[in-house]
Design a protein around this ligand. Structure first.
Ligand code: SF4
Length: 101
């Protein structure tokens, strides 16, 4: 009986943790700036994929994580941007409003 109860408790904790993690992941996706957003200013989640012909001002060392408008910490994978309200941008992303002043 003890083993069964222990097993039930472990399973409950495991399922509960999975639900919390999947809800967190979904919330992060829903709150991430989309590359296809018409207001995204050429945003790319991966700066290395920026169309260099369309955005000649792009330089290889530019990314959201080093942009003055990035609101996250240097170690964050995603963070806010003063241009995009509550949307998160990738630290390795880039848009045409990049600035580092
Ligand atoms: S303004 Fe800066 S931080 Fe915001 S999306 Fe563009 S490059 Fe990234």
């Amino acid at each position: 009986m003890k083993t069964s109860r222990r097993h039930f408790l472990l399973m409950s904790v495991s399922v509960g943790s999975s639900l919390v993690l999947s809800r967190t992941a979904f919330a992060a996706d829903a709150n991430t700036l989309s590359e296809s957003d018409p207001q995204a200013l050429g945003y790319k989640e991966d700066a290395s994929k920026v169309d260099k012909a369309k955005y000649p001002q792009y330089a290889a060392d530019q990314k959201c994580g080093t942009c003055s408008l990035f609101q996250g910490k240097a170690t964050d994978a995603y963070g806010g941007c003063t241009l995009f309200g509550d949307k998160q941008v990738a630290a390795r992303g880039w848009c045409s409003s990049y600035t580092n002043m």
